[in-house]
Design a protein around this ligand. Structure first.
Ligand SMILES: [Zn+2]
Ligand SMILES: [Zn+2]
Length: 555
């Protein structure tokens, strides 16, 4: 079944191509608006009644028709016609962040460059500097974007693979009952980005090989290994072993080399211990959960693994959007669903007024939403909705409302959404000013990165975390699997400085709450303790935290 993101990227591609070829602006704009708004739908289009999509803002008949055709045939005629008259290299160029159709048109027609590698060469020769509409900065940005897209090839988001991998494992277990099958390597370590999949199994190599061939999966055998492309793209290796060696092979291939070195791994000692738990015990090391076996700080934590935060321990959901701004669901729908999922509280943080692209709320709309929250709270108690905002950090670092208005909110998530292309110095200037604003409760998505797509603005994490510590500001671990920002590698530093972390889904529809699962995985990987997780606080503790903070800040 074709997934939503593949469908939407075809709509986007068509919008760009038709702009490139000077087609009717109304048409390409409507396709890109439709693709943008449809991003928020999580339910697979292929399983929906497509007519329902017409209710989504900006989705018209022609986009709907295209979606229908893509589901049935994998493409649609208008897109094919555009592709036919466009060189492949130009299509690739359109996928580079920061290169819109207008710029690509100049590169193609005026500079006569039609491949990404030629473009990179031209940049290195400063050829773009002289071209109208470009300049040194654009050129530098293009170089960065191309390099980034090159290193991103052959990598996958953990979240995109998780369900498919787990389903494949269940399938094997049902076909080969009684045999052991377990992922190892990067996937078992829950790295946000996966390069290849590794799976240890006791299934007989030849039987497994025949099964895969029978499923029309082309694979190759080498000693005890079977290699193939999972889902036709991800390198996948099965390590076949017997049940005596299973735990040992699993252990040896789960931890990174550095981890094995740090614990001074000895195969013969593992043979005596017999299991992962017993082995760590024999080494006098507390059990190290697989996701932490990276060879970084995991031995320094020296903490019983039960103290690391778990998804089931989260009591509240902070930082969520409703249809007041760019969310899909109403405030009531968001609240009802949070309550039904046994969360004790919900933080509504719609976009602030300068976020025009996301229907940011002016003061009147905020007050309207606050009245609705009061009303819902009176009916839904003890469940509680907190009044919040995701305030844009403006170019000079100030927030979007004046102090007297900011004081009306229970929580303020301060985030950068505009002018992301900036130096580290500029990023620091903006972030520090926002952190020092007494009303800022949580710093949102710290670097603005999108994994495999955008590297985010440069920041010195120590500097920013220190500022948060000094100003009693929590740091968000944005749980969207493409963000996971702040990165897990900084959690330990933040904890050492006494900074609380909030695992926030940044949900734009109610189902988005479940992204906190990916946030929790990243948090555990970084060693986040339940006691340092803001939204693992009970409702009472969370309210007390906010009260105390106001006292400290004398607000
Ligand atoms: Zn945001
Ligand atoms: Zn947000």
């Amino acid at each position: 079944m074709i997934d939503n993101s593949s469908i939407l990227s075809q709509l986007n591609l068509y919008a760009k191509l038709s702009e490139l070829h000077d087609e009717n602006p109304f048409k390409y704009k409507s396709f890109s608006t439709a693709a943008f708004n449809l991003k928020k739908i999580k339910e697979p289009f292929a399983e929906m009644d497509l007519q329902d999509l017409l209710n989504i803002q900006g989705v018209g008949k022609s986009a709907l028709n295209a979606i229908e055709l893509i589901i049935q045939t994998g493409t649609f005629p208008a897109l094919e016609a555009c592709l036919e008259k466009t060189p492949r290299g130009i299509v690739e160029m359109l996928n580079i962040k920061g290169l819109g159709p207008k710029k690509v048109k100049v590169i193609w027609e005026e500079m006569q460059i039609n491949s990404v590698s030629d473009l990179l060469d031209a940049c290195r020769q400063n050829r773009l500097v002289e071209t109208k509409g470009f300049g040194i900065k654009t050129q530098a940005d293009i170089i960065k974007a191309i390099e980034f897209s090159l290193t991103s090839q052959g990598k996958w988001h953990y979240a995109r693979l998780m369900d498919k991998c787990n389903n494949f494992k269940s399938e094997l277990k049902s076909i080969f009952p009684g045999f052991m099958v377990e992922y190892s390597g990067e996937f078992r370590r829950c790295l946000p980005i996966i390069n290849r999949l590794l799976c240890v199994t006791t299934i007989d190599l030849m039987e497994l090989y025949e099964y895969l061939e029978g499923e029309s999966i082309e694979c190759s055998v080498n000693d005890d290994e079977i290699s193939f492309l999972f889902e036709e793209q991800v390198p996948f290796v099965f390590l076949c072993t017997d049940s005596m060696s299973f735990e040992k092979v699993l252990f040896e291939t789960t931890g990174s080399e550095e981890h094995l070195k740090k614990i001074d791994y000895q195969p013969n000692e593992f043979d005596i211990a017999g299991s992962e738990e017993a082995y760590y015990e024999s080494k006098n090391i507390p059990y190290i959960i697989p996701e932490q076996r990276e060879g970084r700080d995991e031995l320094v934590y020296n903490i019983d693994s039960q103290h690391f935060v778990e998804y089931g321990q989260l009591k509240g959901v902070l930082h969520n959007h409703t249809n007041y701004s760019d969310g899909l669901n109403t405030l009531k729908e968001m609240a009802d669903y949070a309550k039904s999922q046994h969360f004790q509280y919900l933080g509504i943080c719609d976009h602030s007024k300068s976020a025009g692209y996301a229907r940011g709320l002016d003061e009147d709309r905020v007050l309207q939403q606050m009245r609705e929250i009061d009303d819902l709270n009176s009916k839904m108690a003890p469940f509680k909705i907190f009044k919040g905002i995701e305030s844009d950090i403006l170019s000079d670092g100030s927030l979007d409302y004046d102090d007297s208005f900011l004081s009306k909110f229970d929580i303020v998530v301060a985030s950068i959404h505009s002018n992301l292309n900036m130096s580290e110095e500029k990023a620091h200037e903006r972030l520090i000013k926002a952190i020092e604003n007494p009303y800022t409760t949580i710093l949102g998505h710290l670097t603005g990165r999108l994994l495999l797509m955008r590297s985010g603005y440069p920041v010195n994490h120590e500097y920013i975390i220190d500022a948060c510590a000094a100003n009693h500001v929590c740091i968000e671990l944005n749980a969207h699997p493409y963000r996971l920002d702040m990165d897990w590698t900084w959690i330990q530093y933040a904890q050492n400085k006494g900074v609380l972390i909030s695992i926030n889904p940044d949900a734009h529809e109610k189902m988005g709450y479940h992204d906190m699962y990916f946030g929790t995985i990243a948090a555990r990987k970084g060693g986040l303790l339940t006691k340092n997780t803001l939204n693992a606080y009970t409702l009472v503790d969370f309210e007390n935290y906010l009260l105390n903070r106001r006292k400290i800040k004398q607000l």
